[in-house]
Ligand binder design. Structure first.
Ligand SMILES: *[C@@H]1O[C@H](CO)[C@@H](O)[C@H](O)[C@H]1NC(C)=O
Ligand SMILES: *[C@@H]1O[C@H](CO)[C@@H](O)[C@H](O)[C@H]1NC(C)=O
Ligand SMILES: *[C@@H]1O[C@H](CO)[C@@H](O)[C@H](O)[C@H]1NC(C)=O
Ligand SMILES: *[C@@H]1O[C@H](CO)[C@@H](O)[C@H](O)[C@H]1NC(C)=O
Ligand SMILES: *[C@@H]1O[C@H](CO)[C@@H](O)[C@H](O)[C@H]1NC(C)=O
Length: 359
């Protein structure tokens, strides 16, 4: 019996060894190891890009589990830039909106006696008198058409927590930040800032009685050293007074840090541009606004902290912002729709979304 068993196990061992030898042999001679490792993910990356390219905004929210499973893989795929496609966006945005010349109101693109029409109500306008004219900067900072090679737009989502993306963000030529996002964790969010937006309702709620008690706001904006503060002063009528107050307070206390106003014509054209591309929402987020500016001005656009969902790529809960958990206005914005649009652009190779930890 024992001999019988021994014979069988010997035979089994021989067969195993032969199969093993064959596999190793095949592996070394006919199939290059790198090819085995690379070919299949490459195919998978291509498939995923195609899949995300054909996703429609109306299909959100998607099945979160399979969506994030795919995104996790996509984030590890080597990023492919499609220069043709990228330049197409730049040319289109320049033609429709012209951030270079028109992103904010300046003494070059605005004249005394002009009436500035409000972005959301074209029947109402504000006269540019001496006071208003004197608030405007002489020109836009990137007027001479110089292109930047890499720009980062830092969204405020909680996925930035523990991301370690700070160094990568700081290494960009230009960094845009949104809605007075605090910079209290430089390891994750960096600190470099070249432009920061503020939302008038955020000022109204967060800094009441601004003229008598300017210090809290001054402290907050000092985090961006001398980066200009950009406000939509002519989006809605309520925005104007608040924006002018912010301008006054900074001019008196931090004259080296300018306050500039979005050109309502720029925002209106941009809104219509995205609407023509199928994006249906009441108002663009400032994230998409600044991403559009970056596409026009920069060769490579990297987005960080853009994530409108409640769980991250690994199914863990994620806060609305990296610094608090106060949600956005669901009535005004359609963030998941915007996200699908940005994801499509990432898959095309026009921009780069960063949703996972940075290396
Ligand atoms: C790049 O984009 C253009 C325009 O959408 C497309 O025709 C072309 O096939 C793309 N190239 C690659 C390599 O994907
Ligand atoms: C953008 O605006 C600037 C300044 O007003 C102007 O010189 C330039 O020709 C404009 N570009 C386009 C494409 O309209
Ligand atoms: C204009 O371009 C020059 C380089 O040609 C650059 O050094 C300068 O910073 C640019 N100015 C502005 C305001 O962007
Ligand atoms: C970040 O990492 C720390 C320790 O590495 C952990 O305690 C904390 O829960 C993490 N926070 C998030 C939001 O993942
Ligand atoms: C960052 O600041 C916000 C308030 O401004 C605070 O709630 C949050 O805990 C801070 N985060 C860190 C990591 O210090």
């Amino acid at each position: 019996m024992a001999v019988y068993l021994l014979k069988w196990s010997f035979l089994l061992m021989t067969i195993t060894m032969m199969v093993h030898t064959f596999v190793v042999f095949r592996g070394t001679i006919w199939l290059d190891r790198n090819e085995i490792i690379d070919t299949f993910p490459k195919l998978r990356c291509e498939k995923l890009r195609e899949k995300f390219l054909s996703t429609e905004e109306s299909k959100t929210p998607l099945n979160m589990k399979s969506f994030t499973d795919d995104l996790r893989v996509l984030m590890r795929c080597p990023h492919k830039t499609n220069i043709t496609q990228r330049e197409r966006y730049r040319v289109e945005l320049r033609a429709c909106c012209n951030a270079t010349g028109s992103l904010f109101l300046t003494r070059e693109n605005t004249f005394k006696g002009q009436r500035i029409k409000y972005e959301t109500n074209r029947k109402i306008s504000k006269l540019v008198d001496n006071t208003v004219f004197n608030m405007l900067p002489p020109t836009t900072p990137w007027k001479n058409g110089s292109r930047f090679s890499r720009c980062a737009v830092v969204g405020n989502s909680g996925i930035l927590r523990n991301s370690s993306c700070g160094a990568e963000i700081n290494s960009a030529d230009i960094v845009f930040r949104l809605n007075l996002a605090p910079i209290n964790n430089t390891r994750d969010v960096g600190e470099k800032t070249n432009l920061i937006t503020a939302n008038p309702s955020q000022i109204r709620i967060g800094y009441p009685d601004l003229e008598k008690r300017p210090k809290p706001l001054l402290d907050r904006v000092s985090a961006y050293s001398d980066a200009p503060l950009l406000l939509p002063a002519f989006a809605y009528t309520f925005c104007t007074d608040i924006s002018f107050k912010v301008h006054k307070v900074l001019r008196m206390n931090r004259p080296h840090q300018k306050v500039v106003f979005f050109n309502p014509e720029y925002l209106l054209q941009l809104f219509q541009y995205w609407q023509r591309r199928g994006l249906q929402e009441i108002r663009l987020t400032s994230g998409l606004m600044l991403a559009s500016v970056a596409i026009e001005l920069c060769d490579e656009v990297q987005l960080y902290g853009f994530w409108p969902f409640e769980t991250d790529l690994y199914g863990r809960p994620v806060t609305h912002h990296y610094y608090d958990d106060i949600g956005p206005s669901r009535r005004m914005h359609a963030m998941p729709k915007e996200f699908v649009q940005l994801l499509r652009m990432h898959s095309q190779g026009s921009i780069r979304l960063n949703l996972d930890r940075c290396q």
